[in-house]
Write a protein that binds this ligand. Structure first.
Ligand code: BGP
Length: 478
């Protein structure tokens, strides 16, 4: 098993879960900064402001803001070729609406990119990763308002121009298709003006969600167009959450249901972003749900012209779909479904399915025929740090090993898979539960849910394992 020499091995993070320093050097409040900590049983809550006495895990993150040099050196030690990260919009435009960017924020990312480049690590930047300025939620109900397109484009113009010689790979929106389901209205779309309460119980307005998504499609296409016109070296990608769904049985009704769910959950957004038009099946869905989008004359043309150069996605698990309502449910990333009797689950109830990754890669490549990158994958688990500082995370190695094996098979199948950046390559805050106990990293960070810990870094067993995988172009996996 050997991966191509130029394969982009690396790791992935997001600013709001990692950086901390939430109000340093002029940074504004993002939507993540008003989300409290939760756990597997207690849902995270969104607040309408930063309240005294609440615990907001993004505020401390795991301190990348202060420790980026040390962390990037550790990534380099593992042999990373690429590092996926995001730029916190609120470091550059604290409310999203300023006419001039915040120089201190821009300077921070200059230092980060320079450090990456010094170690021959290529940054892959997510422009918007669940961290829109909270001021845009308060004033406009987030992406439901068309004006967000303009503010997003101001942000893109500034960061493209500033980092054009340092960053080549850009992803326009993290897991854009989270907006297809109610939970996406918070972190992905910000259509929760005035709402305070559990993330999972925000009042759902399906119309606002699809209108907001339309605005994100236009914004994404405008960013891609700008890049293609002005920065021809840039590679522009989408980013989708791939929630693979199997029919629970061979009952044709189950098969049909799975197909319909796959269409709207997994293909709808990327069909728009890759093919440049709304797919035929959306029409029926919109009619059935009484969704009437307000679309401006040039929007469809913009979407047509702003198609992405490569397809990226997150993959953690798969689910089943059935017409039989009595079957047992399982939890998941943001999508839950019916339990699959052939699969085991993680401690957080996510069904582990390496073969599903090969299925997904083949489905994606058959449909789009453009280069594909897996920009998130991994196992969230509780780790135990021994007295000598070692962390024996054999379960994580096992999870990653089995997924990498399937990637190799997909490459053999003919899929043009160009990179792999496993999620949370260093421990960071969990997006769904706000916990630190749920760890993904190759590097352990001494930071606990009760605020204890001094942010020291420790190499887990998986660190040495992944280093070997990269050094041998994947050969050591088997
Ligand atoms: C994806 C998000 C990430 C990340 C990951 C793992 O949905 O893009 O931000 O957090 O899932 O999920 P969690 O942190 O909830 O375990």
């Amino acid at each position: 098993m050997k991966f191509p020499k130029n394969f982009l091995w690396g790791g992935a993070t997001a600013a709001n879960q990692y950086e901390g320093a939430w109000n340093e050097d002029g940074k504004g409040i993002s939507i993540a900064d008003v989300c409290t900590a939760g756990d597997a049983k207690t849902p995270r809550r969104i607040c309408t402001a930063v309240w005294e006495g609440e615990r907001y895990p993004s505020h401390g993150g795991t301190a990348f803001y202060y420790r980026y040099r040390e962390d990037i050196a550790l990534f380099a030690e593992m042999g990373f070729k690429a590092f996926r990260m995001s730029i916190a919009w609120t470091r550059i435009f604290p409310t999203g609406m300023e006419s001039e960017p915040n120089e201190a924020g821009l300077a921070f990312y200059d230092k980060v990119f320079d450090e990456c480049i010094a170690h021959n690590i290529m940054p892959i930047v997510t422009i918007s990763h669940y961290e829109m300025p909270y001021a845009l939620v308060e004033q406009f109900n987030g992406w439901a308002d068309r004006r967000c397109i303009g503010y997003y484009m101001n942000f893109c113009r500034v960061i493209f121009e500033r980092y054009q010689h340092k960053v080549k790979y850009w992803l326009t929106f993290n897991e854009i298709n989270a907006g297809v389901i109610p939970v996406g209205s918070i972190l992905a779309l910000g259509t929760v003006k005035g709402y305070e309460g559990p993330l999972c119980q925000a009042p759902d307005d399906v119309h606002a969600r699809y209108q907001a998504l339309h605005h994100q499609f236009v914004a994404s296409a405008m960013a891609v167009k700008l890049a293609h016109e002005k920065y021809p070296d840039f590679m522009m990608g989408n980013m989708s959450l791939f929630a693979l769904m199997y029919p629970y049985s061979c009952n044709p009704e189950d098969v049909l249901l799975a197909q319909q769910k796959m269409q709207m959950m997994n293909w709808f957004c990327s069909d728009v972003q890759v093919k440049g038009e709304y797919p035929y099946y959306a029409k029926r869905y919109f009619e059935e749900n009484n969704i009437k989008l307000s679309v401006e004359k040039e929007d469809m043309e913009t979407i047509k012209q702003g198609t992405v150069d490569f397809y990226t996605f997150s993959y953690y698990m798969s689910n089943c779909v059935s017409t039989d309502e009595s079957l047992g449910k399982t939890s998941g990333n943001v999508v839950s479904g019916i339990k699959n009797p052939y699969l085991h689950q993680s401690e957080w109830g996510w069904q582990i399915d390496p073969t599903g990754l090969r299925v997904a890669l083949n489905e994606i490549y058959t449909r789009y025929k453009i280069p594909v990158m897996i920009v998130e994958n991994g196992l969230g688990a509780e780790d135990i740090k021994e007295a000598d500082g070692s962390i024996h995370d054999s379960y994580r190695i096992e999870y990653l090993r089995r997924h990498i094996e399937q990637m190799a098979k997909a490459i053999e199948d003919g899929v043009d898979l160009i990179g792999y950046t496993p999620w949370g390559c260093i421990d960071i805050v969990s997006a769904s539960t706000g916990e630190l106990r749920k760890r993904y990293g190759f590097i352990y960070v001494d930071r606990q849910d009760d605020g204890a810990g001094d942010f020291s870094r420790y190499k887990k067993d998986s660190f040495y394992w992944y280093k070997d995988v990269i050094a041998t172009d994947g050969e050591s996996v088997t």
